[in-house]
Every structure is written in structure tokens, then in C-alpha cells.
Design a protein around this ligand. Structure first.
Ligand code: AMP
Length: 216
């Protein structure tokens, strides 16, 4: 399946819950790039500038690493894609690669969240350096800083704010999403596998809707 939606829709949070429940792999293209960046690989260094600006990393770099991961999963195992595909070319490349294994995307779940809510969420989003789990923190400090310790609730790792969740990059990411990524919805609508769910609710309720959309 593909988890689809704008930055800040909660794809990462839902992917984590689904992975735990369904025991299937979670493939996040953003996490793949951040791992490369942390390890300072040539790919990571090339991708860094695009990521920090909030624009898409070119397809020549993205499609190969995402598909390599997808194709490493055995044919009888499921997977959740998060952050890929992000344009029509990537969607087509994914479809063609899966067809070589007689597989296909079964469902695309689109988590729909209005723009003002995305801006609010991204301003308070912190991520664990170790396990990548996203956390939503209130900015209750007098200088707008988070009012709790920056420690991951899941693994105890250090929480940090992604450079591309800072206000300068967030607006760009939302614009890029609207112009380049939204057309992917039509690609999957044409294939009749798109499920649209409202994404402003508790994490648990949204998870229930995602599971319903998957027929579970
Ligand atoms: P994410 O964690 O999904 O928000 O991704 C963080 C950043 O990684 C994005 O803003 C892009 O710069 C880059 N990125 C992740 N996935 C893709 C993709 N499928 N195509 C192009 N760039 C991507």
C-alpha cells in the first residue's frame, strides 16, 4: 500500500502503527535520504541541498533508491510506502517495477489535512534521531521553545527539529506538494485504488479509518 498526503498529514505516525499491527515493512523515502545524509554518503550529500530547501530530490536519485528497497522485499510480503511516489513519473516507475514481479499497489490511502492545520503541526513536529519516530510538542516555552525534554518516548533517543520543518522550508514543501505530488492522486484514481480519509482527528481514529480503507 501507499500512504499518501501532504507533509504533516501524519503518514509517518500511521505507518508506524500499521507496521506494528500488520508486521510488514515500512519504506519511507525521506528516512532513506536522511540515513544517507547522516552517513554522509555521496547520495546523501547530493540530496541534502534539495531536502533543506524543501524541494523534491531529482528522480534520477530518488527512483533508484526507493525501488531498490521495494524490490528487496520478498513477493509474499506486504509493504507500506510513505513519501514515495511523489510525482507521476515515480508512480509509473513503481508500477512498472512491481509488474516485473507480477505485483501491484493494492491501495493508496490519502490522508487529507487542510493547510492551516499542516502549518500548525509542522511547527511543533520533532523527530527522533535514532528511530525516526515523529513527536508532536507544544511550544509552551516563553521563547516559543518546546516545554518538555527532547527525549523520544519510544526509544529514549534525542529529538530534533528537521531543518525542512522550519518555517522557511515548510511553505515551499506545501507548494511543491500541490504542484508536483497532488497529480499522483489522479494516477491512482484512474486505477480505482484510491481511498480518501479525513486526517484531522485523534491518531487512533485515523488509524481505524486507514484500517477500514484497507478492508481490515
Ligand atoms: P519526507 O520525510 O517524506 O517529508 O521527505 C523529506 C525530503 O526528502 C523531501 O522534502 C524531499 O526533499 C526528499 N524526498 C523524500 N521522498 C522523495 C521523493 N519521493 N521524491 C523526491 N524527493 C523526496
Amino acid at each position: 500500500m501507499v500512504l499518501f498526503g501532504p507533509p504533516g498529514a501524519g503518514k509517518g505516525t500511521q505507518a508506524q502503527l500499521l507496521t506494528e499491527r500488520l508486521k510488514i515493512s515500512h519504506i519511507s523515502s525521506g528516512d532513506l535520504f536522511r540515513h544517507h545524509l547522516q552517513a554522509e554518503t555521496p547520495l546523501g550529500l547530493k540530496a541534502a541541498d534539495y531536502m533543506n530547501r524543501g524541494v523534491l530530490v531529482p528522480d534520477e536519485l530518488t527512483i533508484d533508491i526507493a525501488l531498490e528497497k521495494v524490490m528487496s522485499i520478498s513477493s509474499d510480503e506486504g509493504f507500506i510506502l510513505d513519501g514515495f511516489p511523489r510525482n507521476r513519473l515515480q508512480a509509473k516507475a513503481l508500477e512498472e517495477a512491481l509488474q516485473t514481479r507480477a505485483r501491484d499497489v493494492d491501495k493508496v490511502v490519502y490522508i487529507d489535512v487542510p493547510e492551516d492545520e499542516l502549518l500548525r503541526r509542522l511547527a511543533g513536529r520533532f523527530v527522533c534521531r535514532q528511530c525516526q519516530a515523529p513527536h508532536s510538542l507544544a511550544r509552551g516555552g516563553t521563547d516559543g521553545s518546546p516545554d518538555r525534554e527532547l527525549i523520544c518516548e519510544r526509544c529514549g533517543g534525542e529529538l530534533y527539529q528537521r531543518t525542512d520543518d522550519r518555517p522557511e522550508a515548510v511553505q515551499t514543501r506545501i507548494e511543491v506538494y500541490k504542484s508536483e505530488t497532488v497529480p499522483v492522486l489522479d494516477f491512482y484514481r484512474e486505477r480505482d485504488i484510491l481511498a480518501n480519509i479525513p486526517g484531522v482527528d485523534t491518531v487512533e481514529h485515523i488509524n481505524q479509518r486507514v484500517l477500514e480503507a484497507l478492508g481490515l
